[in-house]
Design a protein around this ligand. Structure first.
Ligand code: 3PG
Ligand code: CO
Length: 547
């Protein structure tokens, strides 16, 4: 149990944490869909209620450096756990630097498995240096080590990014990588890219939103079915020419073949490493490889008997995958766990695309509920979100209002996906509408919180819609194309995020402290104090000020 706070009994009503995914605070208004949006509710919120800024990127959320942008995994982990853990990106880089990754049983089984079979190791994952799901340097280290340990052939299945990195940057990664593989080619060692495709088209679905993507990925990587090209860079060039305006994440799948035969189907006796460290988009393909005959998400046609490993363990409750190269962060003492132990009823809601963010990431990469938690998922549309920038903001709001009115919950949380999911499309106009949809949702949700005698903390996990144009690396200003237009940006930003305390319950007694270096990990303690409890000793400090 958390102790009672001696100085403040807590507010009478509920505390609602509202995450506006992808809502950062931009340095310049040019290119900010947030600045361009008409958002009277948010404007009034900032004008009338206490607010501070929080760090949401880099070391403040457990990334290796402050050059790393934030993302939903590390952001929701930090909010939910109230503490900062070294995250997958840092843990994998560290394990490679120290060599610990190669000493682990999992890697040794992968190498032994490949050697006992046809001598083939497959490496499947996101192909960029975005450092959100994966890093190309980790991929290179795996290729080199496989060679050094005498694995005869490596086949890479490259998921094109353009979502955590510039939207048409695939060739900037592919061309040097193909050259790198070319230099390694030697008697007894053969490394090639075998297949690939846009990450929003194949393999990297999340939260059971669209298993078709995983099925298509299986066909591409495992069965080697699909349009054939001589090399991955040739595939990208040809597909771009055929589909002008299509950005990397949306490029169709491709198979690399010689004389009509795919160079890297996955066969019995091969080893497979899924080299993403982040779990949400790695779980479904992992299930397809690991599950037996009971698997019913799609028809696999052929299920090769392989030695399968993930870069990390993606789900600590489901133990997925069974074999993994690097231990995940051991996230403990989350706010859900300790509120649960203190008898506080909790409610979590989002739409499919972010549902796991407010449940699984929030609870430290665990898929099981703690006692007294209720989770509600609103099914997301399966469309490119620039076509539906309002997404399910209205339905999430309906569910939240109902939960608040029920009087059953003391702490509630939700995530509005709009700023992030539409921000990732690079469509400026759609992104302004996304923010407007969130504003409209808040115009309904906040009065319901007030009516229940509650307060809200409104924040974000990282920026995205706040910077819709790529910045010039030198000037840090939006970069212009030769024709004067701006280069669309699809990735997250390095900007801080807001924390607003919406309090119409206490007549202005509550405020927020602008602690030096405060970040997302200070939210858990703040929520605890708002309900009249002391923070857990492991949590970063509360930002609540009681006057
Ligand atoms: C994605 O998976 O969509 C992006 O790589 C990161 O977005 P998220 O961290 O906001 O989910
Ligand atoms: Co995002």
């Amino acid at each position: 149990m958390l102790n009672k706070l001696p100085s403040f009994p807590g507010i009478a009503g509920p505390v609602v944490v509202i995450v506006m995914d992808g809502y950062g605070l931009p340095k310049t208004e040019l290119g900010s869909a947030i600045a361009a949006a008409r958002k009277p509710t948010l404007d009034a919120l900032f004008a009338q209620h206490p607010h501070i800024t929080l760090r949401a990127h880099g070391t403040a959320v457990g990334m290796p450096s402050d050059e790393d942008m934030g993302n939903s995994e590390v952001g929701h982990n930090a909010i939910g756990a109230g503490q900062v853990y070294a995250q997958g990106a840092a843990l994998v880089a560290g394990a490679i630097a120290s060599g610990a990754i190669w000493q682990g049983a999992a890697w040794q089984q992968v190498v032994a498995g490949a050697k006992a079979g046809r001598g083939v190791l497959h490496l499947i994952g996101l192909f960029s240096d975005g450092n959100v799901h994966s890093h190309i340097d980790h991929l290179k280290a795996l290729v080199l080590r496989a060679r050094d340990e005498g694995v005869g052939a490596v086949r890479i299945h490259a998921l094109l990014d353009g979502r955590d990195v510039p939207e048409t940057s695939a060739l900037d990664y592919l061309e040097p990588f193909e050259a790198f593989l070319g230099e390694l080619q030697a008697a007894g060692f053969d490394a090639r890219i075998a297949s690939g495709g846009g990450r929003q088209v194949i393999t990297m679905d999340r939260y059971d939103a669209n298993w078709k993507m995983v099925e298509q990925g299986w066909h591409t990587h495992v069965l080697g079915r699909g349009e054939q090209f001589a090399s991955a860079s040739e595939a990208v060039r040809a597909l771009r020419q055929r589909l002008p305006g299509t950005i990397d994440q949306d490029l169709p799948p491709f198979v690399i073949a010689r004389d009509g035969a795919p160079v890297g189907t996955i066969e019995d006796g091969d080893a497979v490493v899924f080299y993403n460290f982040r779990g949400d988009r790695a779980i479904e393909i992992t299930r397809a490889f690991e599950e037996g005959a009971g698997f019913d998400k799609f028809e696999r046609v052929r299920v090769p008997a392989v030695t399968y490993a993930g870069m990390l363990q993606y789900d600590g409750d489901l133990k997925l995958p069974k074999r993994f190269l690097v231990d995940p962060p051991a996230i403990r003492d989350t706010m859900s766990e300790w509120f649960s132990k203190s008898g506080v009823a909790q409610f979590a809601c989002s739409e499919t695309q972010k549902f796991g963010h407010v449940t699984y990431f929030w609870n430290g990469n665990r898929s099981n509920k703690f006692a007294g938690e209720t989770w509600q998922e609103v099914p997301s549309d399966v469309v490119p979100f620039e076509q539906r920038p309002w997404m399910k903001a209205a339905e999430i709001t309906d569910a939240m209002i109902e939960a608040i009115r029920s009087g059953q919950y003391k702490v509630l949380r939700c995530n509005y996906a709009n700023g992030d999911m539409v921000g990732h499309s690079g469509h400026f106009r759609a992104a302004t509408m996304a923010i407007e949809a969130v504003d409209l949702a808040l115009s309904r949700l906040l009065p319901a919180i007030e009516a229940a005698g509650g307060v809200a903390l409104i924040t974000a996990d990282h920026g995205n819609a706040d910077e819709m144009f790529e910045l010039d690396k030198k000037t840090k200003q939006p970069a212009q194309n030769p024709d004067g237009s701006y280069k669309a940006k699809t990735a997250h930003t390095l900007n801080p995020v807001p924390l607003v305390l919406y309090d119409k319950a206490t007549g202005g007694r509550l405020g927020l402290k602008a602690l030096d270096g405060a970040g997302l990990s200070n939210i858990a303690a703040t929520v605890a104090n708002l309900i009249g409890l002391e923070k857990h000793a492991a949590w970063d400090d509360s930002l609540l000020e009681v006057r």
